[in-house]
Ligand binder design. Structure first.
Ligand code: HEM
Length: 519
């Protein structure tokens, strides 16, 4: 018995050592991490970052020293259990990989995009020709009219927020969790401007009973809980006797029903539109997507694809922007001089009637730079994963100039945290300095990626962020209270260094702020 067990153990050890040596060979023995579990496997991600397990947060936790002190453009992670992965902290490598990706045909790993496929194929998850068709229809659906709508709706939502929170007559307000307000604001903006859904600040349908769940609540559950957990949990588990799992299933089915109704209603609305009417051309994003339903072949979307894209845009469009906006407010509270600059800029741009339209927002370059700098410090889209379908060669400069070939079938993770904290690219990367974004061209706003799959919601996010900041900073000076004799520096490290995943977006944990009325 003992001999059998020992022999089995020997075989197992020999097998592991043989398969591990193959994995090392597959990455050409490129230096890097050799953990027991992959950082993006279900178990590896759930275990906190520590010396033996990189975990989901390794890139952030070790951001000051990663990639052998940023002396290697590309490293490999070869886990004992799980597939080997290349990671890069180099902006030039990212550009080489993504610039031509339409031609090179990289694909997004399905395990990492399946979670947003539940409602139908969509721009976020699709690859190849399917992606091209979705991109052709979805990206142009965000138009100048959308940006105009954002500036109008941001003003209305901001007023609703102040009223609902009863801040109107207050001189000083203490907010324990500004992120909550911003999340609701961002969901309100994408619902109203993207999909013409007049989501009120205070949800009248707050009962959220077993039978009925409101749209915002269902969206919140799905975006922050169902999507990330569905990467780990099997589908059947939603039927297990647990209130939490039941809620998740309830949220999924409620959202499916809402989205189905939205599409049906919009189809009926559009069926009343005569040929000469350009209503569909002028409409919000959703109207344009539904207008594409009738078409076929290369220019059309199926009903389930319209629903898939509706969800994808809602999802991609609110968690990311709200994460960066929360971080921006945190940084502005710590950097009073930069906040004052933004305030003066906003005052100078505000017309006599107080209305901030798109033309005034275009003048808020410093305010926008504060948003960009926060997106650099804490990138909401923290990784860009790709599988290459052919050998791909890239030029590197560190540790020595040369070429690295990623063999066909390999997985590469473009590490957005490391790219944005790499001192070779960003001088003093740990310093929050908005001026580094002054005059930077749209194509170099790295936090929105680059190449054909660059974020189509970039301008949407910028308009939304600047509109919100313009209203809030005009009315309130924001500050943050130290605790137990902390210095401002220590406080900043504690608050802004404390990050987590909100759904699939990366962001700062709840930030508590003091708002002091400007008048
Ligand atoms: C601060 C806010 C945002 C940031 C930092 C951000 C960042 C990014 C990044 C880095 C990508 C590339 C991901 C990849 O290729 O794997 C991306 C893609 C995407 N983003 Fe954004 N995004 C933001 C806001 C938005 C908004 C507001 C929308 C919609 C209204 C949106 C919709 C999308 C979509 C649909 C894609 C997939 C595009 C494709 O694959 O062709 N994003 N975003």
């Amino acid at each position: 018995m003992l001999i059998t067990a020992l022999t089995a153990a020997c075989f197992l050890a020999a097998y592991f050592s043989w398969s591990y040596s193959l994995k090392l060979k597959s990455v050409n023995y490129l230096p890097g991490m050799r953990p027991p579990l992959s950082a993006i496997s279900a178990f590896g991600a759930l275990i906190p970052t520590s010396w033996w397990n990189p975990g989901l947060h390794w890139s952030w936790e070790w951001r000051k020293t990663n990639y052998f002190n940023y002396k290697h453009d590309v490293i490999s992670m070869v886990p004992l259990i799980g597939r080997p992965i290349y990671y890069t902290c180099s902006l030039p490598v990212m550009k080489q990989l993504l610039k031509e990706e339409g031609k090179l045909g990289h694909v997004k790993p399905t395990e990492m995009t399946d979670a947003v496929l539940v409602w139908g194929q969509n721009l976020l998850s699709a690859n190849g020709d399917v992606w091209k068709r979705h991109r052709r229809i979805v990206a142009p659906a965000i138009t100048n009219e959308t940006y105009e709508l954002i500036s109008q709706q941001a003003a209305a939502l901001y007023e609703d927020m102040v009223r609902a929170a009863k801040w109107e007559n207050e001189q000083v307000v203490t907010v324990n969790n500004i992120n909550q307000y911003i999340r609701r604001f961002a969901l309100g903006i994408i619902s109203r401007c993207g999909f013409g859904l007049q989501m009120a600040w205070t949800d009248p349908n707050t009962k959220n009973t077993e039978e009925e769940m409101s749209f915002p609540t269902a969206m919140e559950w799905v975006a922050t809980t169902l999507v990330p957990w569905s990467l780990v949990l099997p589908r059947w588990s939603y039927r297990l006797p647990s209130k939490w799992l039941r809620n998740m299933e309830h949220a999924r089915s409620s959202l499916a029903e809402y989205m189905n109704t939205f599409v049906e209603t919009k189809v009926q609305e559009l069926s009343g539109v005569t040929d000469g009417d350009d209503h569909a051309q002028r409409g919000d994003i959703f109207t344009r997507l539904v207008a594409g339903l009738d078409r076929s072949g290369k220019t059309g979307l199926e009903k389930q694809e319209v629903i898939g894209n509706t969800f994808a845009l809602m999802f991609a469009g609110h968690e990311t922007t709200s994460s960066v906006l929360s971080a921006t407010l945190g940084y502005l509270a710590f950097h009073q001089d930069e906040q004052e600059k933004a305030y003066q800029e906003i005052l100078a741009a505000t017309p006599a009637n107080g209305e901030l339209g798109t033309e005034y927002l275009a003048k808020l370059t410093h305010t926008l730079a504060c948003f960009h700098e926060s997106a650099r410090m804490i990138p909401a889209a923290h990784v860009i994963p790709r599988d290459v379908i052919d050998d791909v060669a890239v030029n590197v400069t560190s540790p020595t100039p040369g070429t690295i070939v990623f063999p066909k079938g390999s997985r590469i993770i473009i590490d957005m945290v490391a790219i944005h904290h790499n001192p070779e690219t960003f001088l003093d990367p740990e310093v929050w300095r908005p001026s580094r974004w002054y005059g930077v061209s749209e194509h170099d706003l790295t936090m929105f990626s680059t190449g054909p799959r660059v974020c189509p919601g970039r301008k949407f996010a910028q308009m939304e962020a600047v509109s919100f900041l313009a209203h809030l900073l005009r009315d309130w000076k924001i500050d943050i209270e130290p605790r137990n004799g902390e210095t401002r520096k220590q406080l900043e490290e504690r608050v802004m260094g404390n990050t987590k995943f909100i759904g699939l977006a990366f962001g700062v944990r709840p930030v508590g702020l003091k708002l002091i009325a400007r008048k």
